[in-house]
Design a binder for this molecule. Structure first.
Ligand code: SIN
Length: 355
């Protein structure tokens, strides 16, 4: 779906009618991209048979009148997609729009409403390509806007609250969901239905937001945003083809061979355990690595990290390990690294060890 950038200023928060009290409020741009938070079902008890991304950003904001006491909000409808259909071109549009807005003195922070399905990928991409210390906070919902006890309105209020706080500056891209604040690098979706659907396995959340109060309990250690060398411009016109394959009982080499024949530049393996790979697939991947395809070992387990030379002889095979990144985030980093000109396994391992 083509991205659009319709912009509106919410009437109650129109900057031309600011009171002296509201003038002190942070100025937050809300960029809407679709998702269940903008979903609608035929009735209020339906939380699975709905259409994502059909409710406009004006309506989302109107459902949360208390936003007016938290921030001066301006809103844009960047897209209206089910995030399972997130496209690379839309990532570019979104990242460029975020960078453009954050360059402006009159914007203090950004909130992005997104579908939950690929939120962690978009968040990590922005974590590495936004060039600002100002807060960028993604949020979403597990229940459509039409549902009984819809979780979107409170998640949106909390995200705007976090984006307006000085403590959120310099923390990289954040995800505010179900009262918790997560780093984009760590957070993953862990439930198909529960409203407590996002966690940061192993490391835990950065902090929490509740009733207007925001508290960070730890910081983000790895470099991001301004300290990241990656730029959205480097991938804007040519994303390197990077795909994900799995390792499982009885796996064959068909997928790897097909990808190599298609000219893939990188393959991330969702391996078993510590990124271990079925011998048949590993042979195919070693042959691909010898032809110059970047091979990254990650794990399908869902938490923990993949240690170098733990389950395979990475040095001998020319493989790279993903550390704590899951396969989907490892793919994001590998695309950015390849686009920035990193090519050797040694250089790529350095990237994975750093970002
Ligand atoms: C989506 O990811 O756009 C749909 C699912 C959701 O937001 O929970």
């Amino acid at each position: 779906m083509a991205a659009t950038c319709a912009s509106l200023t919410i009437a109650a928060m129109n900057t031309s009618t600011l009171t002296s009290a509201s003038r002190a409020l942070p100025r937050i741009a809300v960029l809407a991209t679709g998702g269940t938070i903008a979903g609608a079902a035929p009735d209020a008890t339906n939380t699975s048979g709905y259409q994502a991304g059909v409710v406009g950003v004006g309506q989302l904001l109107a459902a949360v009148p208390s936003l007016a006491s938290v921030a001066n909000v301006q809103a844009e409808q960047v897209a209206s997609v089910d995030s399972k259909d997130m496209a690379l071109a839309l990532w570019v549009t979104l990242a460029q729009r975020v960078n453009t807005l954050l360059d402006r003195d009159e914007i203090d922070g950004i909130v992005i409403t997104h579908g939950t399905d690929t939120l962690e990928e978009t968040a990590y991409l922005l974590h590495l390509t936004v060039k600002s210390d100002k807060p960028v906070v993604l949020t979403a919902a597990m229940r459509p806007s039409s549902a009984l006890s819809a979780d979107g309105p409170l998640n949106l209020l909390n995200a705007v609250t976090v984006a307006g706080k000085d403590e959120a500056r310099g923390q990289g891209v954040l995800v505010a969901f179900n009262n918790r604040i997560h780093s984009a690098r760590d957070v993953v979706k862990t439930s198909t239905y529960a409203v407590d659907a996002f966690h940061s396995p192993e490391i835990g959340a950065l902090g929490w937001v509740q009733d207007g109060r925001v508290e960070f309990q730890r910081g983000v250690v790895r470099p991001h945003t301004n300290a990241s060398p990656f730029a959205i411009g480097s991938v804007a016109s040519a994303w390197p083809l990077v795909e994900i394959v799995g390792s499982y009982a009885g796996a064959s080499r068909v997928a790897v061979d097909a990808l190599v024949a298609a000219g893939v530049k990188g393959i991330v393996v969702a391996g078993t355990g510590n990124g271990s790979i079925h011998a048949t697939v590993q042979t195919a991947l070693a042959e691909a690595a010898a032809k110059g395809v970047a091979i990254v070992r990650s794990s399908r387990v869902g938490s923990g990290h993949v240690m170098r030379n733990g389950a395979a002889s990475d040095d001998a095979l020319g493989f790279i390990t993903a550390g704590a990144l899951n396969p989907y985030k490892a793919r994001v980093l590998l695309m950015l690294a390849l686009a920035s000109g990193q090519a050797t396994p040694v250089a790529l391992q350095q990237v994975f060890d750093t970002y």
